[in-house]
Write a protein that binds this ligand. Structure first.
Ligand code: SF4
Length: 331
């Protein structure tokens, strides 16, 4: 679903057409130009031929119906996955992929094991959101949040990620508020610095997962290039510029990063007013196990006692391999 293709076709059309088409694509959420009955037939035919709205995909539903995973076939035969998470409070969050595979190879993540294939284009990111927006519209619901926590490292595909957010944020188009977007990075400092200078009020999250360099480098190789304290320094600069809260994601992995001493160390780093730690129960991927409920509770208590802002995230869609670190497709 390439909007640049649509713009090209509309080049010689009257200027109101673009606005009309944006409404059809992003508000009415049509999936076929035949449904664009307000457009002349010849234009519909041309658009059908040159700029198909079809998104080649298959959906998988979790048993509790709270999670839907989409497997999307890209034009070049590669595949990506995206996930819809339906929250109790009626929020509908889409977790989108920014790359096919990932080069960072964090030891606990299945996407990393796929290796890196290529960056996604902005329209391929937008299509992931449109796919679920169309589905939700059929249920009289809408998307409330988009998080870049799927396959890939968003800041290694910075321009396409920001462009996709601008397309989805466009008031004449999908019109999803900037505050509804979150980008999660493994700690690419250049990306954090660039985001601080964007005039977009989107949210930043850091995949932290370890409280010191030694452990972090062991489970996230990217830490050798962007060490923990340098990442935190760039986060502090970001907060200074934007005055925005930053999330720190911490996967709770049994016997790896979940001991009391890890919590003590983490508390020393995280006790800052605009820092917020999110503890996430790890989804077993073969090599590692998740921490027990009691362990997570104790870990959280230590952080709370030390005055750290901390919460716990519900883990979605383990049964359909849609949870954090479980997205991986066979090519
Ligand atoms: S956790 Fe994120 S950054 Fe690390 S390998 Fe997986 S997708 Fe890449």
């Amino acid at each position: 679903m390439e909007f640049s293709c649509i713009e090209k076709v509309l080049k010689n059309e009257p200027s109101f057409r673009l606005k009309q088409v944006k409404r059809l694509v992003f508000f009415d959420l049509i999936d076929n130009w035949d449904k664009a009955t307000t457009l002349p037939l010849s234009l519909r035919d041309k658009l059908n031929k040159e700029c198909s709205l079809e998104i080649d995909s298959k959906m998988f539903f979790s048993k509790d119906k709270k999670t839907i995973k989409a497997l999307i076939n890209l034009k070049d035969g590669l595949k990506i996955e995206s996930v819809l998470m339906k929250h109790i409070d009626k929020r509908n969050t889409i977790c989108v992929s920014s790359q096919v595979g990932c080069a960072l190879d964090c030891v606990f993540c299945l996407t990393g094991k796929m290796g890196f294939k290529r960056d996604l284009e902005a329209h391929e990111i937008v299509s992931q959101v449109m796919l679920f927006a169309r589905y939700l519209k059929s249920k009289k619901q809408r998307i409330t949040n988009v998080v870049f926590m799927g396959m890939g490292e968003p800041f290694l595909n910075y321009d396409n990620v920001i462009e996709s957010i601008k397309i989805l944020n466009d008031k004449q188009g999908f019109n999803l508020g900037a505050r509804s977007f979150s980008i999660s990075t493994a700690g690419i400092i250049d990306g954090i610095n660039r985001l601080a200078d964007e005039k977009l009020q989107i949210n930043l999250a850091i995949s932290l997962h370890a409280p010191d360099n030694k452990l972090r480098s062991k489970i996230m190789a990217i830490n050798k290039r962007y060490p923990l304290l340098k990442v935190l320094k760039s986060v502090d600069d970001y907060i200074l510029k934007t005055k925005r809260k930053v999330m720190f994601e911490y996967l709770m992995i049994h016997n790896v990063n979940d001991k009391d001493e890890h919590a003590e160390k983490l508390a020393r780093l995280m006790k800052k007013p605009l820092y917020f730690v999110n503890l996430i129960s790890y989804n077993p991927t073969g090599d590692f196990k998740s921490s027990s409920k009691q362990r997570i509770k104790k870990f959280r208590e230590i952080l709370e006692e030390k005055g750290v802002n901390v919460g716990q995230r519900y883990s979605f869609g383990q049964d359909i391999k849609a949870a954090c670190g479980q997205l991986a497709v066979k090519m």
